[in-house]
Design a protein around this ligand. Structure first.
Ligand SMILES: Nc1ncnc2c1ncn2[C@@H]1O[C@H](COP(=O)(O)OP(=O)(O)OP(=O)(O)O)[C@@H](O)[C@H]1O
Ligand SMILES: [Mg+2]
Length: 452
């Protein structure tokens, strides 16, 4: 977790940095501006510098001097802004450890620098909510936090809880957490998916049966309620329960007595019920498909989990948690997501909510294995009609890299995108890339892109 919060700007030229500095401050950065005249000053920076932006002014080689002053590699990402990005300047800056190189063409600098900083500065994790037993629920500064605050109270009570929320929002996780924090924690937690059990079997599944109750009932059998004795029964997808079962369930909740199918002797069972649904039960009540009395009985303690798209501040902590999980389970070394990737993730709709995010992190871990998650690692649905912008800044890992290979990959990637956009029309693809048609054709041939 990083506490660094300063961007260091090294430049002789104050003017162009004023608006960039203002923007950086707006999004919470401190900015330290020093002048290029003394490259030695760069060594005395405060400890909390997260990223440096260094710009070649009129005096020339500021970028080079700055990068070279670190010896092998700068300890922080360095965004280099050069007057003239001919190949040798760029290659030089990259070789000396620049995170990315931007050519100063006036208008473009502002956005290019802000974008580069976003990519360069890895996300710091946010603190995980406190009680050791609810460590599983990750949330940071979102509507979920107020819910987490009341969970211990809810857990202490024995009243029914109704957890609602879209698919994948964490209803079962909340139910388990309530159980784990309750005085019943040492007792069983019995999940029952009401949607998965055929109507005619649901009663015997829930309440058990006695020998001879129906063909095939060769011996007495306990149901899930009896199994939950001393613990919690989790009635998942309660909205799917048929009406005639709802009547029986209501009676069981009121009497705390369970009558097995075929028996006339109710048995006392000590259970607590947590129910969940992704349906809107109030509407179902209005439509007559869910009993009003059962609805009120179950929703003594209602908990609605908002969809992930309504709590974007939870996304970074969830990413951290799932990434750590993947790194542990799959022996991968993912280090974070770039800022621009996070931004796209925070603007995405998340129809599958937290489960979808978990699946994506698993997919990325398998495909990528090492490094920062970038835009191109996200599935296409994240971009709607707009494909991800090409990755311009390449991260130089401390163990070194093959720059020629990286640049060739970048080239291939851009060529492929342009060809795709142009539906294979080479003249148009060349226009998109600012190349001559013949240059593009040559490159396509050399990189064997025609064969795809
Ligand atoms: N706040 C959270 N912190 C950490 N993990 C979470 C969080 N919310 C959900 N998860 C994880 O996301 C996955 C989906 O959660 P869960 O199964 O509880 O959702 P659900 O609402 O029951 O979904 P469904 O309606 O599809 O049954 C689980 O692996 C769960 O552990
Ligand atoms: Mg569930």
């Amino acid at each position: 977790m990083s506490t660094r919060r300063t961007i260091l700007i090294v430049s002789a030229d104050d003017l162009i940095w004023e608006p960039i500095t203002a923007d950086l401050k707006d999004i919470g950065w401190s900015v330290e501006l020093i002048h290029e005249a003394h490259p030695g000053a760069t060594r005395s920076q405060s400890d909390d510098v997260s990223c440096a932006v260094v710009s070649d002014g009129d005096l020339g080689d500021c970028v080079r001097d700055f990068l070279a002053s670190f010896g092998v590699m700068p300890p922080i990402p360095v965004v280099a802004v050069v007057r003239d990005s001919d190949v040798s300047t760029t290659v030089d800056a990259m070789r000396l450890g620049a995170f990315t190189v931007i050519e100063n063409k006036g208008d473009n600098v502002h956005n290019a620098v802000l974008g580069a900083i976003e990519r360069a500065v890895p996300l710091g994790g946010a603190p995980i909510k406190g009680d050791p037993r609810d460590l599983l629920i990750r949330s940071h500064d979102s509507p979920l936090n107020t819910m987490l605050d009341v969970i211990p109270q809810i857990a202490k009570s024995d009243a029914p809880v109704l957890v609602t929320g879209e698919s994948g929002t964490g209803k079962e996780l909340f139910a388990r957490t309530i159980h784990n924090l309750s005085p019943r924690a040492d007792g069983p937690f019995i999940p029952v998916n009401c949607a998965a059990i055929p109507d005619q079997l649901l009663e015997s599944e829930l309440f058990g049966y006695v020998k001879g109750a129906f063909t095939g009932a060769h011996a007495d059998r306990d149901g899930q309620f009896q199994a939950a004795d001393g613990g919690t029964i989790f009635l998942d997808e309660i909205g799917e329960m048929p009406l005639q079962m709802q009547v029986k369930l209501l009676r069981v909740l009121q009497d705390k007595m369970v009558t097995p199918v075929g028996s006339t002797k109710p048995k006392a069972v000590d259970f607590r019920v947590v129910a969940a649904t992704n349906r809107n039960l109030e509407n179902e009540v209005k439509e007559g498909t869910f009993r009003e009395d059962l609805f009120y009985r179950l929703s003594v303690l209602p908990m609605h989990i908002p969809p992930l798209r309504e709590r974007p501040t939870d996304i970074p902590v969830l990413i951290d948690a799932f990434m750590a999980e993947q790194n542990r389970v799959n022996q991968t070394q993912l280090s974070g997501v770039t800022r621009e990737t996070l931004k796209v993730m925070q603007n995405y709709e998340w129809p599958g909510n937290v489960r979808e995010l978990q699946n994506i992190m698993e997919r990325v871990a398998i495909l990528k294995r090492v490094g920062f998650v970038e835009l191109e690692d996200l599935p296409e649905r994240f971009f709607g009609d707009h494909p991800p912008p090409p990755q311009m800044g390449l991260y130089v890992p401390s163990e070194g890299m093959d720059m020629a290979e990286a640049l060739s990959k970048l080239e291939t990637n851009l060529l492929k995108q342009a060809l795709q956009k142009a539906d294979g029309n080479k003249a148009q693809a060349a226009r998109l890339l600012g190349l001559n048609r013949t240059t593009l054709v040559e490159k396509v041939k050399r990189l064997k892109l025609d064969e795809d």
